[in-house]
Design a protein around this ligand. Structure first.
Ligand SMILES: [Zn+2]
Length: 344
């Protein structure tokens, strides 16, 4: 009767196992693994059945063995089936093809780039060529050639980044050295603008940055006078900010120009009434300019009795601040695309 008993047991184990696995909810890996241990584990129900074969004769053992093996295979495939269901559910969660696509993030031109392009376009239309030069300069090109004496405050180590102070190698504090380099190579007439990064030892705050951008211009020919300077810069400011702005020239001083002037335009925020941006003056300073100092011409081998010319320079960040109403210079350097994207 032993064989009958074992056969009954095989049937019972099979029914119980199938019933249990059917109640395991989808995705319950832990429960499924417990079920596997209970029935297919080393000390599980199926192995128990195999152990009990020793009580049978070899004939009976063969018959029961076939049945136990069949049960074992049935339970293994039930387990595999359940497990692959869980895995495919997981895959579905990972790649949900019905989900809307993620649009690729698109870039935008930096406000400094936009303003630089606008400025250069205006000057190119007036016949100016665009030139660039080194950011690492010598003391001579940055100061000496531009008639800036040794005792000038901008030569102070607190204002200038020196790379090798003894050798007088520095990061240019303005783009003017490029003008000197061009004049050394090219004879007048000359009409150029130069654009690029400049460096000064300023602490970072809302209006100062140790790195900033400049555009400078230079026009040299026979008979160039202050009227040409006024005409070209007034035209530039009106092209940039509209025909209704008022432009004002105020006497100023630069070592490399004589006479020198600051150029202001009527505040485009308050329209000249007075606000915090223009410090209630109704005007905003835009650039510096003047007639090139005869000593600068002599330094580059031009004859100041034959040629005259004017030069001007402006901070690109400053123009971008005025044009776009940006309140803090730090926004230009923080790489925050939310800021950059607003102006395209
Ligand atoms: Zn104002």
């Amino acid at each position: 009767m032993k064989l009958e008993e074992i056969k009954k047991k095989i049937k019972e184990v099979g029914e119980k196992a199938v019933k249990e696995i059917s109640t395991i909810s989808e995705g319950d890996t832990e429960k499924l693994e417990r079920w596997k241990v209970k029935y297919l584990g080393r000390k599980g129900a199926v192995n128990d059945l195999f152990t009990s074969l020793s009580l049978l004769s070899s004939e009976e053992r063969k018959e029961a063995g076939i049945q136990i093996n069949a049960l074992k295979n049935k339970l293994i495939s039930a387990y595999e089936e359940n497990k692959s269901k869980i895995e495919s559910k997981r895959e579905e969660k990972k790649v949900n093809l019905s989900f809307p696509g993620k649009p690729p993030e698109t870039g935008a031109f930096h406000p400094i780039t936009l303003i630089s392009r606008e400025i250069t376009t205006i000057f190119i239309k007036m016949g100016f060529g665009v030139v660039t030069g080194p950011e690492i300069e010598t003391d001579y090109y940055n100061f000496g050639a531009l008639n800036i004496p040794d005792e000038h405050p901008s030569k102070d180590v607190w204002d200038t980044f020196y790379i090798a102070e003894k050798e007088k190698i520095l990061l240019r504090t303005h783009t003017s050295p490029v003008q000197v380099r061009i004049m050394e190579k090219v004879s007048p007439p000359l009409r150029i603008i130069t654009i690029g990064k400049c460096f000064r030892r300023d602490d970072i705050d809302a209006t100062h940055s140790p790195v900033f951008h400049q555009i400078e211009g230079l026009m040299v020919d026979r008979g160039i006078n202050f009227s040409h300077l006024k005409g070209i810069l007034t035209h530039f400011i009106m092209e940039m900010f509209g025909n209704t702005v008022k432009v004002k020239f105020t006497p100023s001083f630069f070592p490399f120009t004589e006479p020198s002037a600051e150029v202001s335009m009527s505040c485009n925020i308050c329209k000249g009434i007075g606000c915090s941006t223009c410090h209630n003056t109704g005007y905003i300073e835009v650039l510096g300019c003047g007639m090139v100092h005869p000593q600068v011409f002599r330094n580059v081998g031009y004859n100041p009795d034959e040629f005259t010319g004017f030069a001007f320079g402006m901070g690109i960040e400053r123009l971008a601040i005025i044009k776009f109403g940006i309140t803090d210079i730090r926004y230009f350097f923080q790489n925050d695309t939310r800021v950059i994207k607003q102006f395209n």
